[in-house]
Design a protein around this ligand. Structure first.
Ligand code: ADP
Length: 264
C-alpha cells in the first residue's frame, strides 16, 4: 500500500486539513516485475542462438576447419540457429501484440469443417515425415463466430505440439463437438489429442507460462520457442474461451479449447 498526503488550503490561504490517498500499488508493482522478468527471459532466449551463430562463424572464419564435412555441419548449425532466432522474434512480436491489445478481434462466421480440413492439409506434410496418422472429426453443419486468423494460429500451435511431442508412428486427432452449458448457451469443444510422451502432473499448471518447457533439450531440438502455448492461451481468452489439458506420461495428451459459438 502507498500513502500520499496533500495539504488543503481555503481561499484565504488558511490550512483546512490534509487529503490522504491510500493506493494499493501491489498490482502495479507485480505488473512491473512481470515485465522486467519477461525482458530478462527474452534477452536470455535471444542470446543463446546468437552466441551459437557467432561462435561457429568465428571458428569457420579463423580457417581452422579444413575438412568440408565439418565446415558444412557448422554452416548447418548457423542456419538452424538463425531459423530459431526468426521463430523466437516472430513469437515474441505476436505475444506482445496480443498482450498489449494491439490486435483487435475480427469476428466472422467460420465453417468449421472446411476450416479444419484446410488446417489438417497444412499439417499433413509435417505429420507424414514422422509417419503420424493425422485425423479430424468435425460435424458438417457447424459454424462459429471467430477471428479466423487467430483461430488458425490456436489450432496450428496445438497440432504442431501434438506432432512434435509424439513418437514416430503415433496418432494425432482433431475433434470438434457442439455442446450446451448449464445455462443453455451454445459452445464448441475442440479437442487436440495425441498418443505422445505426455506431460508430468506437476508441470501441467505451468505449461501455459511464457518460456516454460518441461524438457528444454527436447523442446530446442524440436524447434520450440516455449511461447506457443502462452500465445494459444491468450488467443483463446480473446475469444472469451477457456483452455485445459489432460495428460498421462507415456500415454498421451489432450488439449481442450472451449469457445462460445457466438460472440456478443
Ligand atoms: P515449445 O515451443 O517448447 O513447444 P509451448 O509453449 O508450445 O513451447 O509448450 C510448452 C511445453 O509444454 C513444451 O516445451 C512441452 O514440454 C510441453 N508440451 C506442449 N504440448 C505438448 C504435447 N502435446 N505433449 C507433450 N508435451 C507438450
Amino acid at each position: 500500500l502507498q500513502l500520499d498526503g496533500v495539504p488543503m488550503f481555503g481561499e484565504d490561504g488558511s490550512f483546512k486539513g490534509m487529503l490522504f490517498l491510500l493506493q494499493n500499488i501491489t498490482a502495479i508493482r507485480r505488473l512491473e516485475n512481470m515485465r522486467s522478468e519477461f525482458v530478462a527471459n527474452v534477452s536470455h532466449e535471444l542470446k543463446t542462438p546468437v552466441a551459437a551463430v557467432k561462435g561457429f562463424a568465428e571458428t569457420l572464419l579463423g580457417g581452422g576447419v579444413k575438412d568440408e564435412e565439418t565446415a558444412r555441419s557448422f554452416l548447418q548449425i548457423i542456419y538452424d540457429e538463425s531459423e530459431r532466432l526468426n521463430r523466437l522474434i516472430s513469437d515474441i512480436l505476436d505475444l506482445s501484440k496480443i498482450e498489449s491489445r494491439r490486435s483487435p478481434m475480427d469476428y466472422a462466421p467460420v465453417h468449421m469443417a472446411t476450416f479444419c480440413a484446410s488446417i489438417l492439409d497444412t499439417m499433413a506434410t509435417v505429420a507424414e515425415k514422422k509417419r503420424i496418422a493425422l485425423h479430424g472429426d468435425i460435424p458438417e453443419e457447424l459454424f462459429i463466430e471467430a477471428d479466423e486468423d487467430k483461430l488458425r494460429q490456436i489450432l496450428i500451435n496445438l497440432l504442431s505440439n501434438a506432432i512434435s511431442y509424439t513418437q514416430d508412428g503415433g496418432k494425432v486427432e482433431l475433434n470438434v463437438r457442439e455442446i450446451q452449458d448449464a445455462e443453455g448457451t451454445e459452445k464448441i469443444l475442440i479437442h487436440v489429442t495425441d498418443t505422445g510422451i505426455g506431460i508430468p502432473k506437476k508441470d501441467q499448471p505451468r505449461i501455459f507460462e511464457r518460456f516454460y518447457r518441461v524438457d528444454k533439450a527436447r523442446s530446442r531440438s524440436s524447434g520450440g520457442t516455449g511461447l506457443g502455448l502462452s500465445i494459444v492461451k491468450h488467443l483463446v481468452e480473446l475469444h472469451h474461451g477457456e483452455i485445459s489439458v489432460e495428460s498421462e506420461l507415456g500415454i498421451g495428451t489432450t488439449f481442450t479449447v472451449e469457445l462460445p459459438m457466438l460472440q456478443d
